[in-house]
Design a protein. Structure first.
Length: 93
């Protein structure tokens, strides 16, 4: 019974704030999740942590791909490791 009564209040308040009612509902649900009252969505801190972990994962994937590519070229003899170049140059002088 409380749900039908809540809708007009949300519509009225959303109108006063100048936002869409669904936006206001999202804000309310997020505040409830952050307060531990909801477990059907991530808290703001959990979402930030997930974003950071996804970013770190993408960086690690790029680094791994670069390393794999360089290792493959090295195995084919296309490039040498930087330290190998330095030691060769030092012995030539």
């Amino acid at each position: 019974m409380a749900a039908p009564r809540k809708k007009p209040q949300i519509k009225r308040l959303a109108g006063e704030l100048g936002v869409h009612p669904e936006t206001l509902c999202g804000w309310i649900w997020q505040a409830e999740a952050d307060a531990g009252e909801r477990d059907d969505r991530l808290t703001t801190d959990e979402r930030a942590e997930l974003t950071a972990l996804r970013k770190e994962n993408a960086q690690l994937k790029r680094a791994n791909k670069t390393r794999t590519t360089l290792d493959a070229r090295r195995l084919r003899g296309g490039i040498t490791h930087r330290s190998e170049n330095v030691s060769v140059q030092a012995t030539r002088r």
